[in-house]
Every structure is written in structure tokens, then in C-alpha cells.
Design a binder for this molecule. Structure first.
Ligand SMILES: [Fe+2]
Length: 388
């Protein structure tokens, strides 16, 4: 017999994706399948320099599709950049978008898409299901294994005037196709590899303990944790190991399918707050916070956290209840340190005086709604303080 709550209605939204070596060469063919003649190619300076945008341009040329390049995208994409991209889209009379890069160019491209079709400012879409008109076709070529922006119904944009990140959650943000090729991952340095990999791990953990999880998201979340735990250290150690890169990409994909449908939790709510106020790297913020949030959340989902502890290589069944709570914190911290991430929030430039404002913003982030425990302002300040 299934537990009764597993009989509740659940939905699972999955975009089309192609996974494997050579996927990025298919960008032109898929743009053509959408009957596009001209596209806005959204990327950033680093991805362009690594040569991946050029590879995609070659594919577009071969399919006889013209393009306008928009690469003015920051690591935490800003509302002004989205609006500038939408202007470039209209000025060049584009009919669709191809995004090449990590989460930042892809989130920016998603924002450009809904701004062009709805003719409204990007900040007007903050929250859940606030987008009315579908976006033009969007083809994604991710170059990191972490954000899963290429399969998710999320976009995170920084309101630079208010120094806060807004979350836009809508089915209209799910790309039309993601071309998941492990090759572009080989140009990531070790720091970007572990930061983006820890972001993916946080997606999987938060989706697994989310109060909107389901048997379908559980399946993907658990396999994501297993794959990331096994492959991320090797991908960081040997950047050109295509097999390890492929496994981290698969792990990130599974994590993306899980969190896109089960949403996230306090780690992301708190990381968004940090990223917005202090413009810090998203994956690094998550990496520093995860063990502390897991310890706080443990009591709300002990069996689920024990399963995560096991996947990270420790044996919780040999421990008492209190020890198991400490074990998840220890297991996550051990994994983080094994990747060479030793930073505290103080190292990232956070001041103790920032905590009240950070906690207030985190509490109002939409990701907090699915955290398994309901924290108050003091709880969040204490979790931040424990990461100092
Ligand atoms: Fe994330």
C-alpha cells in the first residue's frame, strides 16, 4: 500500500533535452526547427572567450540562421541587463533566443524572452505564475553543471537599485530545448566547478526535503546526490575528464528536474539574500550555508536527511538520534572541505551587522515557502551566524 499522501495530485514538468557529446553542434538545427531566421545569442564574456559561443555561432551559420550577440551579462544578472537585452532583441528584429553559458546568461535570456512577449518591466514578474504571455522560442546550451536554469521554471534576477534578488517562477520560463554537452564543462576552473557543483547538490537536497516533494522528484533528487557525490571531486581534480564532466552534468540535470518541480528551501532563500545584497557567487553562498541549514531542518525530515548522510558516505544507522543530526552537518561539511571550499561568511565579506537585513530578505524569498521547517527572523540570523 502507498502512504495516502502519495495519492495526492502531483505534476512534473520536463522540457525537451538532448544529452551527450556533440549536443551543442545541434543549436542551429533546433533553431531552424522552430522556423527562426534571426536569433539573439545571449552569452557572457567568459564563455565567449572560452570559444563556446563561437562554436554555437558556427552551428547557426551552417543552418543559415543569422544572429545578434548580446554578452553584457553579469555573474548575478541584473534587471537593467535584461531590459537592455530585450531592446537589442527588438532592434535586431529577432524571433527567438539562443543562450550559451551558465545560469547567469540563461536566466538573463529567460528574462529577455518574457519581457519581449509581455512588453513589461522584468521586475513586474516577481513571484509565482505572474507571466501571462509565453516567451519566444529559447534554445539553451549550458556551459556549467549546476544552475539547471536550462530545464527549470525559475529565473533569478538582481534588482540592482534595491540590491536584492527576485525569483520569477513560471512555466513560461522553461526553455524549449536544452542541449546538454559535457564538452563546454571542461573549460571551467576548479573553483567554478565546485561552486556550481555544490549549487546542484543544494538543489537536490532542498528538493528532496521540500514540503512539495513527490515520488517523482524524490527519484531524481536522490540519484542527483549520488552522482554529484561520486563525480564532482573527480571533475574538479581532472577538468578534462569528459566522463566525470558528463556525470556531473547528469547529476545537475536530475537535480534540476527535481527542484524545478519540488522547489527549494532556506539554503536558496538565504543565498539569494546574500547574492542580492553583497553580489556574491551563488554556488559559494549555497556551499557555505548547506550544512547549517541541514542541521536546522533535520528534525523536520530525519529519515530523509539520514538517506542523504548515507549517500555522502556515512552510516547514520549506527548512531543515536542526536548524533544523526550532527552526522548530516558533518557529512556535508566533510564533502565541502574535500572540494577545497573552506570559506566562512566572514571570508566572503559578510559583516555581523548585515545579518538582520539578510534574514529579513531571506524570509520573504519564495523559496522559503517549501522549506520543511518554518523559521523566524531569529532562526535565520542564527543560521547565518553559525556560518561565520
Ligand atoms: Fe541554485
Amino acid at each position: 500500500m502507498l502512504p495516502t499522501d502519495e495519492l495526492e495530485l502531483k505534476k512534473f514538468f520536463v522540457p525537451e533535452f538532448i544529452l551527450g557529446r556533440g549536443a551543442l553542434e545541434l543549436a542551429g538545427r533546433y533553431a531552424r526547427n522552430f522556423s527562426l531566421r534571426k536569433v539573439l545569442l545571449v552569452t557572457d564574456a567568459g564563455v565567449k572567450q572560452a570559444g563556446w559561443a563561437d562554436r554555437v555561432c558556427t552551428s547557426l551559420n551552417e543552418a543559415d540562421i543569422s544572429y545578434e550577440i548580446f554578452d553584457r551579462v553579469s555573474p548575478n544578472p541584473r534587471a537593467g541587463e535584461v531590459m537592455a537585452g530585450a531592446e537589442a532583441y527588438h532592434a535586431a528584429e529577432c524571433q527567438g533566443i539562443v543562450a550559451v553559458g551558465g545560469g547567469s546568461p540563461i536566466d538573463c535570456a529567460k528574462g529577455i524572452g518574457i519581457v519581449t512577449s509581455n512588453r513589461r518591466h522584468i521586475l513586474a514578474f516577481e513571484g509565482v505564475d505572474r507571466v501571462q504571455m509565453p516567451a519566444p522560442p529559447l534554445v539553451c546550451v549550458p556551459t556549467t553543471a549546476g544552475s539547471s536554469a536550462d530545464v527549470s521554471q525559475f529565473a533569478i534576477i538582481t534588482d540592482e537599485d534595491e540590491r536584492r534578488k527576485i525569483a520569477i517562477i513560471s512555466k513560461t520560463l522553461v526553455p524549449d530545448i536544452s542541449l546538454l554537452d559535457p564538452l563546454p564543462l571542461t573549460s571551467m576552473d576548479a573553483t567554478l566547478t565546485v561552486d556550481t557543483g555544490m549549487d546542484a547538490l543544494c538543489h537536490a537536497v532542498e528538493a528532496y526535503v521540500s514540503n512539495a516533494s513527490s515520488p517523482i522528484t524524490d527519484l531524481h533528487a536522490l540519484e542527483a546526490i549520488r552522482l554529484i557525490a561520486a563525480a564532482l571531486p573527480e571533475a574538479a581534480r581532472a577538468p578534462d575528464d569528459l566522463q566525470a564532466r558528463y556525470l556531473t552534468m547528469l547529476g545537475s540535470l536530475y537535480a534540476g528536474l527535481a527542484f524545478s518541480n519540488a522547489s527549494l528551501g532556506a539554503v536558496h532563500a538565504m543565498a539569494h539574500s546574500l547574492g542580492g545584497l553583497l553580489d556574491l557567487a551563488h554556488g559559494r553562498c549555497n556551499a557555505v550555508l548547506l550544512e547549517h541549514v541541514a542541521g536546522y531542518n533535520y528534525a523536520a525530515a530525519p529519515d530523509r536527511f539520514d538517506a542523504i548522510t548515507r549517500l555522502l558516505g556515512q552510516q547514520p544507522e549506527e548512531l543515536s538520534g542526536n548524533e544523526r543530526q550532527a552526522a548530516i552537518t558533518r557529512a556535508v561539511a566533510g564533502f565541502r572541505r574535500s572540494l577545497g571550499i573552506d570559506a566562512s561568511l566572514a571570508d566572503l565579506g559578510v559583516e555581523p551587522g548585515d545579518l538582520p537585513a539578510l534574514a529579513e530578505r531571506a524570509l520573504s524569498d519564495p523559496c522559503m515557502a517549501t522549506n520543511p521547517r518554518r523559521p523566524n527572523q531569529k532562526d535565520i540570523e542564527e543560521i547565518y551566524a553559525s556560518a561565520f
